[in-house]
Write a protein that binds this ligand. Structure first.
Ligand SMILES: [Zn+2]
Length: 412
């Protein structure tokens, strides 16, 4: 196991590189990668003019990025133009890939995303992980990772790192799940259990969902609250384009904000938490439905068909969400609130009461509420893209480290 590619910040939020000649070279490699990535295709001359370096300096950097498989040459650009044509550069669709994984309460999922942001391989396994020991779950996850990596390798990719999204509190070391109540995991260091021959980081699923919204959503602001739900309710606070982690990495536990101080007991030890009113199980109970497969789909189907009990349960959940979010909005003054995960699918029936509470209770003008288009894929995509972003942010590290060896002796 090598050192994590991106330690406490799986966000790829831009690390400070050392202020040395070597640091300068790595920063310039990153500028070239980001410039080409943002443009799609670009000539060396265009890169040079955009980042303000000489053509010769850019050529040296580009050669290194081509040699290490991060950029590729597409051939002459606009051959009809007068003068010597520049060769178009693009981010490579081969080479390093980000592997994302998600441990859900009811599923496991893995995907590989290339440096262009395209999903190249996915695998999912449905079935409850609640009440299971950690190791068998991790073993199954490793099997899925192995299959996804094998498929990515057949397409000429190699894993630059693995980021795992979990529904729980993750320590700032980005490897230890301190507490995941719905999985019953406690103080679990996944790097030891999920031994893979490339860098691994672990993060809270709500945080990865928010990052996916930040990086892949349309017109997402740089200051927003992201609220999502699976069994629990997760939230993440994005400030100036980066995650607010909190002292221990636990910021964003909106699900345990009290809505009614004397309400029902919550597994966290408190009473009347938001999760007791707007969590999936609470809503199902209020709607008179039992647990089962695709519960969110069932709620949406019944609500769309006009089921009065389901609509009332969702309206009440929206009210509870509005009350809890008012506190967060008054405190943080975000540009918007984004509903993701299961909440996005139920938004038509949650939003009226949620927005009315926010309107009524917010001190300033009401904060707009948007609905994520990423749906339940958000955390998985956010995890994979966090690895991709880390490569774009510091391509020099990947170039120096090179491909992990995965021969017969490999632990994967
Ligand atoms: Zn609670």
């Amino acid at each position: 196991m090598t050192a994590p590619l991106h330690k406490a910040r799986p966000a790829g939020a831009g690390r400070a590189l050392p202020d040395t000649q070597q640091g300068m070279r790595r920063r310039n490699l990153a500028r070239v990668m980001h410039t080409v990535s943002a443009a799609g295709t670009l000539s060396r001359a265009a890169v040079a003019s955009r980042i303000g370096l000489t053509r010769a300096a850019v050529s040296t950097l580009v050669e290194e990025l081509i040699r290490t498989g991060l950029l590729e040459e597409l051939g002459p650009e606009r051959p009809g133009r007068v003068g010597r044509p520049g060769s178009a550069l693009a981010v490579s669709g081969r080479g390093p890939a980000g592997i994302g994984a998600e441990v859900g309460v009811d599923h496991l999922a893995v995907c590989a995303v290339d440096l262009r942001g395209e999903v190249r391989s996915t695998a999912t396994r449905h079935g409850t992980n609640r009440g299971r020991a950690v190791q068998p779950v991790v073993d199954e996850l490793r099997e899925l990772v192995r299959g996804v990596v094998a498929e990515a390798e057949r397409a000429g990719l190699w894993p630059a790192g693995l980021a795992v999204a979990v529904p729980g509190l993750v320590a700032r070391d980005a490897r230890t799940v301190v507490r995941a109540p719905n999985l019953d995991w406690r103080d679990t260091d996944l790097t030891g259990l999920l031994d893979v021959p490339f860098p691994l980081s672990v993060g809270n699923e709500a945080n990865f969902g928010a990052l996916a919204e930040l990086w892949l959503g349309e017109g997402t602001p740089r200051d927003f609250l992201h609220v999502s739900a699976e069994i629990g309710i997760g939230a993440a606070v994005v400030v100036d384009g980066g995650l607010l982690h909190g002292t221990r990495g636990f910021a964003g536990e909106l699900g345990h904000v009290p809505v009614r101080p004397d309400g029902p007991e919550c597994p966290c030890g408190s009473r009347g938490c938001l999760e007791q009113y707007a969590g999936e199980e609470a809503v199902l109970r209020a709607a008179g439905l039992g647990p089962g497969a695709d519960r969110v789909g069932l709620l949406a189907e019944r609500a769309a068909a006009g089921d009065a009990d389901v609509r009332r349960a969702l309206r009440d959940a929206g009210t509870a969400l509005g009350v809890a979010l008012t506190g967060a909005v008054n405190l943080l003054d975000p540009e918007s609130v984004v509903l993701g995960g299961a909440l996005a699918a139920l938004a038509p029936w949650l939003l009226p009461s949620l927005e009315s509470e926010l309107d009524r209770r917010t001190a300033g003008p009401a904060c707009p509420v948007a609905v994520s288009r990423l749906g339940s894929e958000g955390p998985l995509l956010g995890a994979a893209h966090s690895v991709v972003r880390a490569v774009l942010d510091d391509p020099g590290v990947v170039a120096e480290r090179g491909e992990p060896r995965m021969g017969p002796g490999s632990s994967l």
